[in-house]
Design a protein around this ligand. Structure first.
Ligand SMILES: [Zn+2]
Length: 260
């Protein structure tokens, strides 16, 4: 393998890693924004439960005050009934007392229902507070690790860019221009030829091209257009006998990976 090609292989490895690093760096703010959003929504859940508990407490304060009013009425009616002159007046007061007593029972039932709701809201609030605390800690850890990761990735990116610049100087201009042209449309410009296939697009190579690739000639895959290179040390399986591939492929047409 000529030196230019060896440098080009290393350049492509660096280019692929640079692309992955850039994607990873670009994805981080979105990830942090999503977990911050969850934090906001959990804070709102706690606040909502808090408000519900407070509203129930206010309801019960009102009920207590209404009950007290009814009790005062009863005391007043009892007081009056000791000084009434007629049976009729006495019964009228008894009727008022019994009405007020019923009202107190009704208010106490409403109060009990409010207490039950309160207990439920308090349980929700306790769980929401616990979730919020643990998510807050998680967000802090994620932010810290994001800071660390970003600075490590940035350092790696700087190192890769330096080595890419150095590698590009070692590759002949024509080969480099060819690689750049293919890489800009295909993502990668170079593909390993292995087992009579182009590993860039998985298509079978014609026997003649497979031979040329193995002899180190600079050829392009007829399917995807990538520059092909052969490295015997990467050939993991015994080479299949050279002959026509099982299925003929249309030249220049890419077919799915499953086709073999
Ligand atoms: Zn190909």
């Amino acid at each position: 393998m000529d030196a230019s090609l060896e440098h080009l292989i290393r350049l492509q490895e660096a280019d692929v890693e640079v692309t992955q690093l850039r994607q990873s760096i670009a994805a981080l703010p979105g990830h942090l924004a999503a977990i911050e959003e969850k934090l906001r929504s959990q804070t709102q859940t706690v606040e909502k439960a808090d408000k519900s508990v407070q509203a129930e407490e206010a309801t019960r304060r009102r009920l207590e005050s209404d009950i007290k009013d009814q009790q005062q009425k009863i005391a007043k009616f009892r007081d009056q009934s000791s000084s009434v002159k007629t049976n009729e007046q006495f019964h009228a007061l008894q009727h008022e007392i019994s009405f007020a007593e019923n009202e107190i029972r009704r208010l106490e039932d409403v109060e009990l229902e409010s207490m039950e709701r309160s207990e439920q809201f308090e349980r929700v609030r306790a769980q929401a507070r616990q979730d919020l605390t643990s998510h807050k800690a998680f967000v802090e850890r994620e932010k810290e690790s994001a800071r660390k990761q970003t600075s490590e990735q940035q350092a790696r990116l700087d190192a890769l860019n330096k080595s890419r610049a150095a590698l590009r100087k070692e590759i002949d201009e024509d080969l480099l221009a060819d690689y750049d042209r293919i890489a800009s449309s295909r993502g990668t410009g170079l593909a390993h030829a292995q087992g009579q296939r182009c590993m860039g697009c998985q298509m079978f190579l014609r026997p003649q091209m497979w031979n040329q690739a193995r002899q180190g000639e600079r050829i392009h895959c007829e399917s995807c257009g990538r520059l092909l290179y052969y490295d015997p040390s990467l050939e993991p399986i015994p080479e299949p006998p050279i002959g026509e591939p099982k299925r003929k492929k249309k030249i220049g047409v890419e077919t799915p990976e499953t086709e073999s």
